[in-house]
Design a protein around this ligand. Structure first.
Ligand SMILES: [Fe+2]
Length: 509
């Protein structure tokens, strides 16, 4: 928001400013304290989380905030002009949580849109738009959402978000790699403002830099998000309490993980259940979009066992197939199985991080698989597919990020055996920016398909995936950006795949 507009908004709303005076002293800001925008997330049928974080100077270690707690007023209205304010209240932005604000607004009507904003002192935030989910026993006609991942700030512009913010979406899933932890590097499109991340302040500054991006802010303000993380929110390819750095001290890494998780909580529209407890944080969760879709959001980083075979691409050997290997951890695995069994959803959406398709990218010699993805945990991967088949779980669809490429995969219990029935469909979405401009190479698709019968589509451009779901069909549109190294990239639809309810597997739409 430019300064003139910002001041005009303040002048227009004197009554709100009066209401802000409470027990805490009224702060005076020289710069806009809402420089990181607003967001909402984790809706259910009667409540939603509203988020903001006060940071008049986002890249300062304390965000430019004084140590004292600040009272923040919030309003949620039935209209964009705030003539019908439905709920309002006060929240405290305290230093211990980096002056972030998480409001769980309750008592809302199911399946409807609302608008919200915050005020601190004389300053008023931009307006965000959010919605509740339909009530669990209702049968909504349609769900439309996008899923995104991997937004390395240095490698390009967030042009994909400009297009996403124009789509008519109910929800966005962010599947991780929201930030990258590396030090600022010269010669990139943009530059990280600080060195490699270890401390809470390091992570806070990094998130503040990313969230200062106006396109990312606008996308957050458009609709509620369900977020989950992958590795780079802490460190590349970490596994549970094991750092990628060989011989790293577990205690030291857990302190780093606690710092990273706290900064993640502070920055995301998450519920109180996700408040971190030291190095632990509850992120896997579920929600129901009526009986149309069950949303199952997974965390495949926090509880996983170490990648086998030294985390280098390997055949599916004894180490990769060991039943001791787990990507989800026992508790999450049992939770997922009960959630799938109890699900009322026509579609069961697994919003998660790493590719489930057992895909080998080796073109000659023995087939090798990524040990950081589900094939490194092949026993659990195959058992999950078996479970979905045995229990006739309705229409499982897996959403994936992580690898900066678009894929469509038809999943079987063992993807090396095309004679087996298809039990689920996987849509892998490319990165927002990670990997740079990328390219479209049909020859690579042909060779990947020849070696991996599960693969239906592959593309290496940047962008996002938009999904439209009804009780009969699922459609995934692959939106790609022609370039991200300049701000004026153009977004177009590269491919579109569909799934018919009751018939696992995708075909071109
Ligand atoms: Fe990534």
């Amino acid at each position: 928001m430019n300064r003139r507009l910002f001041l005009a908004t303040i002048a227009a709303l004197p009554t709100l400013a009066e209401r802000a005076s409470g027990a805490l002293p009224l702060p005076r800001f020289q710069e806009n304290p809402f420089a990181l925008g607003v967001a909402s997330g984790d809706p259910d049928d009667t409540s939603v989380v509203l988020w903001t974080k006060l940071a008049p100077r986002p890249l300062d270690p304390d965000g430019g905030m004084p140590p004292a707690a600040v009272e923040v007023t919030w309003e949620l209205a039935e209209d964009e002009g705030f003539t019908k304010v439905f709920k309002s209240g006060k929240a405290t932005a305290s230093r211990l949580l980096g002056h972030s604000v998480h409001v769980e607004v309750e008592g809302l009507a199911p399946d409807r849109w609302y608008w919200y904003r915050f005020q601190a002192g004389q300053a008023i935030s931009p307006v965000g738009r959010t919605r509740t989910l339909p009530s669990p026993n209702s049968s909504p006609e349609r769900l439309r959402f996008a899923f995104v991942s991997c937004q390395h700030y240095e490698t390009g512009y967030f042009t994909a978000y400009a297009a996403l913010a124009k789509d008519k979406l109910d929800l966005v899933f962010h599947l991780g790699d929201y930030i990258y932890e590396g030090a600022g590097r010269d010669g990139q499109v943009r530059k990280h403002a600080n060195p490699k991340l270890y401390t809470l302040t390091d992570y806070r500054i990094r998130y503040a830099q990313y969230r200062s991006d106006p396109l990312l802010q606008a996308a957050h303000a458009r609709c509620p998000w369900f977020v989950t993380w992958d590795d780079h929110e802490v460190e590349n390819n970490y596994a549970g309490d094991i750092s990628e750095r060989k011989g790293a001290d577990v205690a030291e890494f857990l302190i780093q993980r606690a710092n990273a998780y706290q900064a993640y909580y502070e920055m995301m529209p998450l519920r109180r259940r996700s408040i971190p407890r030291g190095p632990d944080m509850q992120l896997y969760r579920k929600a129901s979009f009526g009986t149309l879709a069950e949303l199952l959001i997974l965390d495949t980083r926090q509880y996983r066992s170490d990648q086998p075979n030294g985390d280098t691409a390997s055949p599916l050997n004894e180490a990769a197939l060991s039943p001791k290997q787990s990507l989800m951890g026992i508790r999450q695995r049992e939770w997922l199985q009960s959630a799938l069994k109890a699900s009322p959803g026509t579609w069961n959406i697994l919003a998660q991080q790493v590719m489930m398709g057992m895909v080998s990218r080796t073109t000659s010699g023995e087939k090798k698989y990524s040990m950081d993805q589900w094939p490194g945990y092949a026993h659990e991967r195959m058992a999950l597919a078996q479970f979905m088949g045995d229990n006739k779980i309705k229409n499982p669809v897996v959403l994936t990020g992580d690898i900066h490429t678009n894929w469509v995969n038809n999943l079987r219990v063992d993807d090396r055996k095309p004679e087996l029935p298809i039990v689920a469909t996987e849509f892998v979405g490319t990165s927002i920016t990670s990997g740079g401009n990328g390219s479209d190479n049909p020859a690579t698709l042909a060779s990947l398909r020849a070696g991996n019968p599960c693969v239906q589509f592959y593309n290496q451009q940047r962008g996002y995936v938009r999904c439209t779901v009804t009780k009969d069909t699922w459609q995934s549109d692959y939106l790609v950006v022609d370039q991200i190294s300049k701000p004026e990239g153009v977004v177009s639809q590269r491919a579109s795949f569909m799934v018919e309810a009751g018939k696992a597997g995708a075909k071109p739409a």
